[in-house]
Design a protein around this ligand. Structure first.
Ligand SMILES: Nc1ncnc2c1ncn2[C@@H]1O[C@H](COP(=O)(O)OP(=O)(O)OP(=O)(O)O)[C@@H](O)[C@H]1O
Ligand SMILES: Nc1nc2c(ncn2[C@@H]2O[C@H](COP(=O)(O)O)[C@@H](O)[C@H]2O)c(=O)[nH]1
Length: 206
């Protein structure tokens, strides 16, 4: 832990691109010391998911009450359900000096950009939409109707790729994991350089 505020890292991109898979690879890696912010959602729990591990599962009423109380950094409605990032965990964990990692869709990422302009925004992409559909079908978690809806959303989301600081192609999970870790490391180095230059300038002027 450091005395400085942690970095906010946002991994975004269309459903099925592999955000969750790459995120798990990052967190399984011994060099990773980020903290993962568990989102809240109103979507039905999938087989194998655990409340408080994969998401905090909420009813629509509970989620809307939390919106009223300003308990989210960002939230979005995606394919008929709410998804949101709890404000308290993120702010406290960053204040404690830890990097916080968010895995969210693009509408939420846009909201984070407005509130945290210094955050690091990484878009996870893949070579083509055919592969996206194949990944969603192979995952076996969604009905054909939901998959169609998610592909429609993906076409919209891909157009926003240029708003991100970096685009990482997930052609291979371990290669994508490594690229994300390198980007974070480079961002830390850049931040340290900027801060040290600023300190020097302030000393010179005092
Ligand atoms: N590089 C890859 N090559 C082949 N298959 C992959 C790759 N990365 C992920 N997958 C597979 O693609 C499917 C979708 O991955 P994943 O659930 O991680 O996507 P996601 O972006 O987190 O989706 P969502 O946004 O819906 O949560 C999974 O079955 C996963 O095993
Ligand atoms: N705006 C937010 N999007 C989120 C959050 N947590 C997850 N997500 C994204 O929603 C879609 C669908 O997820 P799924 O688990 O139903 O497949 C996907 O793109 C997630 O990354 C959040 O807190 N805010």
């Amino acid at each position: 832990m450091t005395s400085e505020k942690g970095l906010l890292i946002v991994l975004s991109g269309p459903s099925g691109v592999g955000k969750g898979t790459v995120r798990k690879a990052i967190f399984d890696h011994p060099e990773t010391d980020f903290k993962y912010s568990i989102s809240m959602t109103t979507r039905q729990m999938r087989e194998g998911e655990v409340d408080g591990v994969d998401y905090f599962f909420k009813t629509k009423e509970e989620f809307e009450s939390l919106i009223e109380q300003d308990k989210f950094i960002e939230y979005a409605e995606y394919v008929g359900n709410y998804y949101g990032t709890p404000v308290e965990y993120v702010e406290q964990t960053m204040a404690d000096g830890h990097d916080v990692f968010l895995e969210i869709e693009v509408e939420g990422a846009k909201q984070v950009r407005e509130k945290f302009p210094d955050a690091l925004f990484i878009f996870l992409a893949l070579p083509n939409l055919t592969q996206l559909e194949a990944r969603l079908v192979n995952r076996g978690t969604d009905s054909p109707d939901i998959i169609r809806h998610r592909i429609e959303e993906a076409k919209r989301e891909l157009k926003l790729m240029n708003l991100y600081d970096y685009v990482v192609v997930n052609d291979d999970v371990d290669a994508a994991r490594q690229r994300v870790q390198c980007i974070v490391e480079a961002s830390h180095m850049r931040r340290a350089r900027v801060e040290s230059k600023l300190r020097m300038l302030l000393e010179v002027n005092n």
